[in-house]
Design a protein around this ligand. Structure first.
Ligand code: NAG
Ligand code: NAG
Ligand code: NAG
Length: 365
């Protein structure tokens, strides 16, 4: 009897030790038992965002361009997400100036709060900067910034029917009117659309969101478990975890899906244990929209990006010497749509050569 107690004790220790180690290693263990990392988003920021998102979720007056009471045409909300100066604002200014109607777009800018973005009074960007918070890589702050932009645009104008998220490194590849007609009227622009009726009658019957959605990426499992082995369960099982483009063009219906979401956000807002697999902004939007409305998304992006020779998660950045009419024509070519509409990334010194060929090449459709 006396001899048995130490035996059971040592046996118990033997069984418990691996369990203790298992629980203490976040990549292996259960997230709730591990001392949690500080949230990248402060409780006060989270609260102020929540009231904005609530407001946007509930203020959604339905808008129909078919209804006779709405005389206004639908608009595209351009959401500029930047943490530097908007280097290409003169090019975008020309893009908007050349549009055949000034009532077909709205502009919203989310910049770093430490920057004083100032525009001359005649600029299309003047007065378009929304209240912002700091963003950083490898954190969910970029998702928050995009949600803030969507919420402001939803609240500001019920005619905003498409929401195009662009960065300071993005440039247009087409004229505004080409972009507008491609999104709202062309029945042949989206080559993935299997809606035969639309194609036959030549009228676009439904609006879909343009965002990449893939169920595989390099290190997909590593990215899925970046917050802990079971951190995303049960809301986001691995089979539903998607990857896609950070910059997208989505419909009002999907913009509302995004501002209304609390479930997936509660997962994606968590900090990562490993920075080298932490790209929440590339996963949150494709995963959410693919879960909520898979048929409503095209699964490709309208923003051309060159991932050849990627360095540290950054795509290729074009420099001034590479900018030519041939480059613009090459970048437009897409396997999924009649044309890419935007492209990134371009270094700030590309502004001059791009401006020189804006009217003769970029806005020539
Ligand atoms: C931004 O501009 C405001 C008003 O012009 C000024 O008070 C503030 O100090 C500026 N902030 C920075 C970071 O330059
Ligand atoms: C993509 O970037 C590579 C350099 O990494 C370059 O050689 C190639 O020409 C670029 N592709 C296009 C379509 O511009
Ligand atoms: C289109 O598809 C071909 C063949 O799969 C591929 O080589 C090419 O890179 C694709 N082009 C674009 C712009 O994605």
């Amino acid at each position: 009897m006396y001899r048995k107690i130490p035996f059971y004790l040592s046996l118990a220790t033997l069984f418990c030790l691996p369990l203790v180690i298992f629980l203490l290693i976040p990549q292996l263990g259960f997230f709730p038992f591990y001392p949690s990392l500080p949230s990248p988003i402060s409780p006060s920021d989270e609260l102020s965002d929540l009231s904005l998102l609530r407001l946007a979720s509930s203020s959604s007056r339905p808008y129909s361009r078919l209804s006779s009471s709405s005389s206004r045409s639908p608009k595209i909300a351009f959401l500029f997400l930047t943490n530097t100066q908007l280097h290409f604002s003169p090019l975008w200014q020309s893009f908007f100036d050349r549009s055949s109607s000034k009532s077909r777009f709205n502009i919203y800018v989310h910049s770093s709060p430490s920057l004083n973005l100032t525009f001359r009074p005649s600029s299309v960007f003047a007065g378009r900067v929304i209240p912002s918070k700091a963003t950083s890589r490898a954190s969910p702050t970029l998702i928050s910034a995009a949600r803030r932009l969507l919420a402001h645009a939803i609240l500001h104008d019920p005619a905003n029917q498409y929401f195009a998220l662009v960065s300071q490194h993005c440039v247009p590849l087409r004229s505004f009117d080409y972009v507008y007609n491609s999104l709202f009227t062309s029945s042949s622009f989206d080559l993935s659309d299997d809606d035969k009726v639309s194609a036959k009658i030549g009228v676009k019957l439904r609006l879909r969101s343009f965002i990449e959605v893939h169920d595989q990426s390099k290190n997909h499992w590593k990215r899925y478990t970046a917050r802990g082995r079971y951190a995303m369960e049960p809301e986001v099982p691995f089979e539903k975890f998607r990857v896609g483009s950070q910059f997208f063009v989505i419909t009002r219906k999907h913009a509302l899906t995004v501002v209304r979401d609390r479930k997936l956000w509660s997962k994606f807002r968590m900090p990562c244990y490993r920075e080298d697999a932490c790209y929440p902004e590339e996963h949150y939007f494709p995963t959410l929209l693919d879960m909520e409305d898979p048929k409503g998304v095209t699964k490709y992006t309208l923003t051309r990006v060159n991932w050849t020779g990627t360095v540290d998660g950054h795509p290729y950045t074009y420099s001034a010497s590479e900018v030519s009419p041939e480059l613009i024509h090459r970048l437009r070519k897409s396997n999924y749509s009649a044309s890419y509409l935007f492209a990134r990334k371009f270094s700030p010194d590309c502004l001059e050569p791009l401006m020189k060929m804006a009217d003769s090449v970029i806005f020539q459709d």
